[in-house]
Design a protein. Structure first.
Length: 266
């Protein structure tokens, strides 16, 4: 086939001009799928996670301009283990010896060279029977307000034990965030401990979760077998970088990480 040659006087494409403002915006004009990073880049980015602050009440949360991804779920759903596995750190997220006792929102900053470009939020586990009713109601309100009003919230990861499926409290949470999901909030139902299921059971649980995700996505995950680790790491990176929303800022001065578990309200 005859090859067409560009006339010599044809001006170069703006995208080829390294000095063009458009060329300096690698995310401009790209679809989310085209922004999926190399898995090593995603894992390296998550490995930069560091403790930022703990907030016993919403008013204690710092106002941030960078995207925030919240991890929520019932006590014993494997939330802390999931965060620690994704960030390749053993004790970044604290797993309380008493399920349901940790009653603070813990923030972890992400970004290389001291520049924060995203934040992970570890919300208190819910549904543990031994927690006093007053504390349960108080934290249901706090979590509901956080999920509805946190302005920089970019995505929510709901962790579910697939052997139990979605419980009543999980379904309530789904209803709370459904309006924001319909407006574009990223949402993932993550089926933890999937190594406890055989292939048929895992696929059935995944199919059900997809139907119940309310416009979000669903994935199988196992910290023990490292199943789903690459896919989730890439997804989190894409959520926080897909439209240039990550406005990198100098990292806030981290507070000292709690020597034990964060303060409890009960």
């Amino acid at each position: 086939m005859t090859q067409n040659h560009t006339p010599a006087n044809t001006p170069a494409s703006p995208s080829a001009d390294a000095k063009s403002p458009q060329a300096r915006k690698p995310n401009a004009g790209k679809s989310p799928d085209s922004l999926t990073p190399d898995v090593k880049i995603a894992h390296g980015w998550l490995h930069t996670a560091r403790f930022l602050t703990t907030a016993p009440q919403l008013e204690h949360l710092p106002a941030l301009d960078v995207p925030e991804v919240a991890f929520v779920g019932r006590s014993n759903a494997g939330k802390s283990t999931c965060i620690n596995t994704l960030t390749q750190q053993k004790r970044l997220a604290f797993a309380s010896k008493t399920p349901g006792r940790t009653q603070s929102i813990n923030l972890f900053s992400l970004g290389k060279q001291g520049i924060t470009d995203a934040v992970l939020a570890d919300l208190p586990g819910y549904g543990y029977a031994a927690v006093p009713r007053e504390a349960k109601l108080r934290w249901q309100r706090v979590m509901g307000n956080y999920l509805l009003t946190r302005e920089n919230l970019k995505g929510v990861v709901l962790l579910i034990d697939p052997r139990l499926g979605l419980t009543e409290l999980d379904e309530i949470l789904l209803e709370v965030i459904r309006p924001r999901v319909e407006e574009g909030l990223k949402f993932l139902v993550l089926l933890t401990k999937s190594d406890k299921l055989n292939h048929a059971e895992a696929q059935k649980a995944l199919s059900i979760a997809r139907l119940q995700s309310g416009g979000g996505e669903a994935r199988l995950f196992s910290a023990l077998k490292k199943k789903g680790l690459d896919e989730v790491a890439q997804m989190l990176w894409r959520w926080t970088h897909d439209d240039g929303a990550a406005v990198a800022t100098p990292a806030a001065q981290p507070q000292d990480a709690p020597e034990d578990e964060p303060p409890a309200l009960d």
